[in-house]
Design a protein around this ligand. Structure first.
Ligand SMILES: [Zn+2]
Length: 304
């Protein structure tokens, strides 16, 4: 039996301040594959739905609702996707990318193990963090009510799935607006006046915004989504980013045709209901298909 529980790199902090870090997962079943096959592009909403379906427990929280899945930190959600990929397809990932050097562009196979993907864990996760933006970083900002030469005090929380769902649609067409929205959601207080968060964020210069963003990243748990690799064709090395959602969902996007064919085949020979077969993890379904294939070959050999 494979390990079924893991420790989140960040953790879920509930309303009472208790932290929940242990997760229990189940592999994807035919139902999730069907859901994925029907989606055109991976979205934060889909990640929320997959997590709510496949995560049985987060610490003492059970069942894991969509609301809880949304409340998980971005890095924790990425970590869960990696684990689900590992549970459903095994540890080894085989992907093909193009060498980014213009004069080369050769297709390269890259293989790696999920268990070797570096994960940055939080030492002591907190619900809120405090920071200061120093006056010299505020030179281009015109902040209402802030005296010149005084640092800006900020208290923030780390971005979670709910933020990804709201901010996601803005990222593609307006990065700056996306960051403003994210900061407005994650900053609990800024400066002296708790009410004026949005107004002050709008008044911040690029330098100050960048510093806040970096500070958030420094505290957040994360999954390393780039790897250094060498091109066997031109011999140069480069950093290859991999879009976790794309590779994860891309791989899972079996055609519904194939899925229904498998269901039909199992139902036909074993007389199980569609409902029962769709509840099976992919691996189990494939094992029965292998047994059936062997059996049919054996019968054919005996007949011939
Ligand atoms: Zn190359």
């Amino acid at each position: 039996m494979q390990q079924q529980s893991w420790i989140l790199p960040g953790g879920y902090i509930d309303a009472a301040g208790a932290i929940h870090r242990e997760v229990e997962l189940t592999a994807l079943t035919g139902r999730e594959e069907e859901l994925l096959a029907r989606m055109d592009t991976p979205s934060a909403e889909l990640v929320t739905e997959i997590i709510a379906r496949c995560v049985r427990r987060v610490g003492a929280i059970e069942p894991v609702t969509a609301e809880i899945a949304r409340g998980l930190l971005v890095g924790d959600r990425q970590y869960i996707l990696l684990l689900l990929r590992q549970l459903t397809f095994g540890d080894k990932v085989q992907a093909t990318i193009s060498c980014p050097w213009r004069d080369c562009g050769e297709r390269i196979d890259i293989d790696f193990n999920i268990s070797e993907v570096p994960v940055t864990r939080c030492e002591q996760p907190q619900a809120f963090y405090r920071m200061q933006v120093e006056p010299d970083m505020l030179a281009g900002s015109d902040i209402p009510g802030l005296q010149a030469g005084t640092p800006l005090e900020i208290e923030f929380r780390l971005p979670n799935g709910a933020d990804q769902e709201v901010v996601g649609p803005y990222v593609a067409h307006n990065q700056s607006e996306a960051l403003t929205l994210l900061l407005t959601r994650c900053i609990k207080s800024i400066g002296q006046n708790e009410q004026a968060v949005a107004e002050i964020i709008n008044a911040l210069c690029g330098k100050a915004r960048h510093q806040i963003e970096c500070e958030m990243e420094a505290h957040a748990p994360s999954v390393e989504l780039t790897m250094e690799t060498d091109c066997p064709e031109c011999g140069r090395s480069f950093i290859a980013p991999f879009e976790l959602q794309d590779f994860f969902f891309g791989e899972l996007k079996v055609s519904t045709d194939l899925l229904y064919r498998e269901v039909h085949y199992l139902a036909f020979h074993y007389h199980w209901s569609e409902e029962e077969i769709m509840r099976m993890p992919r691996e189990r379904r494939r094992q029965y298909l292998d047994v059936l294939t062997d059996e049919i070959e054996r019968l054919n050999d005996a007949a011939g």
